[in-house]
Design a binder for this molecule. Structure first.
Ligand code: ZN
Length: 199
């Protein structure tokens, strides 16, 4: 039985398909949206469409950006010999917020998970290895999460890089197990970075 108008039901369905939005939140958002002025809702839908249209992967570090090369990769003041490998752009943002990391990043867009059927070919690992061949890199800091997937990914990457002679380090495990990097405060992140150990 369709309790609401078909349009509302469809909106609820679309919203509840978003990550972290359950059916109750979806309902709340749907009713909120249909009660807002049209211009306000249009601004929201336009911004969604524009972001989807314009956002692309940086051709160097694979983070999301609206340019060919993201501002961090394009910044000559950054230390381009040190690459920090993170799982997603949110982790990059978390480290950037500390303002203390001067190197550059590489965003994998995921982690290896045999359980979920995500293999090395499904994350941006090939791009990282290409960078190591073409750029002068002295250290790769692996800052994947301390979850099982994050650790698996870290081990896999370190094994791949080791033969190249480039120093590979892993951030300290002060980061709570299974904790998403983005939820960890800046001091903990800095400690994890400073306490990194060579793999
Ligand atoms: Zn970049």
């Amino acid at each position: 039985m369709d309790l609401y108008s078909g349009y509302i039901s469809r909106l609820i369905e679309e919203l509840s398909a978003l990550p972290g939005i359950g059916n109750k939140s979806a309902q709340r958002l749907a009713f909120y949206l249909v009660n807002q002025p049209k211009e306000k809702v249009k601004k929201l839908s336009d911004s969604i469409m524009e972001a989807r249209d314009k956002v692309r992967y940086c051709s160097c570090c694979c983070t999301l950006t609206d340019q060919e090369i993201c501002p961090i990769c394009a910044n000559e003041k950054r230390d381009h010999h040190t690459i920090m490998v993170v799982e997603n752009p949110r982790d990059l943002a978390a480290y950037e917020k500390t303002g203390k990391f001067e190197g550059v990043y590489h965003v994998l867009h995921g982690a290896i998970s045999p359980m979920l059927g995500i293999g090395p070919g499904d994350i941006r690992l090939k791009e990282l290895m290409q960078r190591l061949q073409t750029e002068e890199v002295t250290e790769v800091i692996i800052a994947t999460n301390s979850s099982l997937e994050g650790e698996t990914t870290a081990m896999y990457i370190s094994k791949l890089i080791k033969p190249t002679g480039i120093k590979v380090t892993r951030i300290a495990s002060g980061v709570p197990v299974g904790g998403d990097l983005e939820y960890i405060d800046e001091i903990t992140l800095l400690r994890a970075l400073e306490g990194r150990t060579e793999l």
